[in-house]
Write a protein that binds this ligand. Structure first.
Ligand SMILES: [Zn+2]
Length: 185
C-alpha cells in the first residue's frame, strides 16, 4: 500500500515536471510547425473565383450571414468549404477566410469530415477554438481523434532532430488552445 502511494506520488511529480517543461518550451520556442499564415486572397483566387465564375469581392466578407447559426451545417460544408492542396495552407489542417473555409485535401477521411465541420462552425460565427473543437467533435468523434494523431505526427515531418523539443512545445501550445481555452461565444 505504502509503495503504491510512493509510485503514484512520483508519477504525479513526473507529470507536473513534463507539463512544466512543455510550458517553458511553448513560450520560448519559435513556431516551427506553422511559420506563416495561409494567404486567404490567394486561396480564394485559386479555388473559388475561377470555379464560381462570379465576381467575388473580398470586402463583402459576410455573404454567409454570421449569427445565422440555425443554418444546416451540412449545407454550409457543401457550399462554402473547399478542399485545397496541403502546400497552399502551409501546415494548417484547415482555415476560415471570411465566408469561405479551406481544408487540406491530404487529411485522412474521418479527419477531413471533422475539420470541415470545424471550419464551417467558424463561418457561422463561432470563434473560440475550444468551443468549435468540442462542437465538431460531437459530430465526428473519430475525426477528432484522427486529427489529433495526424497533427501530432505531421508536425515532426521534415524537422531536424534537435528541433523536436520545440516541436513538442508548439504542439503543447496548440493543444491548450484547442482543448482548454473554452469561451462560450
Ligand atoms: Zn479553428
Amino acid at each position: 500500500m505504502k509503495r503504491k502511494i510512493i509510485i503514484l506520488f512520483f508519477l504525479i511529480l513526473a507529470g507536473i515536471g513534463i507539463m512544466a517543461m512543455l510550458e517553458i518550451l511553448s513560450r520560448r520556442c519559435p513556431n516551427l510547425i506553422r511559420r506563416e499564415y495561409p494567404d486567404c486572397s490567394y486561396l480564394i483566387e485559386k479555388y473559388i473565383r475561377g470555379k464560381k465564375g462570379d465576381l467575388f469581392d473580398l470586402t463583402s466578407y459576410n455573404i454567409l450571414p454570421r449569427k445565422s447559426r440555425e443554418v444546416d451545417l451540412d449545407r454550409v460544408i457543401e457550399d462554402w468549404i473547399f478542399e485545397v492542396e496541403k502546400e497552399d495552407i502551409k501546415g494548417y489542417n484547415g482555415i476560415a477566410c471570411g465566408s469561405y473555409g479551406f481544408v487540406s485535401r491530404e487529411l485522412p477521411r474521418f479527419s477531413k469530415n471533422y475539420v470541415k465541420a470545424h471550419e464551417a462552425l467558424h463561418l457561422l460565427g463561432y470563434e473560440n477554438e475550444t468551443l468549435v473543437n468540442y462542437k465538431a467533435g460531437l459530430r465526428h468523434p473519430a475525426g477528432l481523434i484522427q486529427t489529433v494523431l495526424y497533427t501530432f505526427f505531421l508536425a515532426f515531418e521534415g524537422q531536424k532532430f534537435r528541433d523536436y523539443p520545440c516541436v513538442l512545445g508548439n504542439l503543447w501550445a496548440g493543444f491548450k488552445k484547442y482543448f482548454f481555452e473554452l469561451k462560450l461565444n
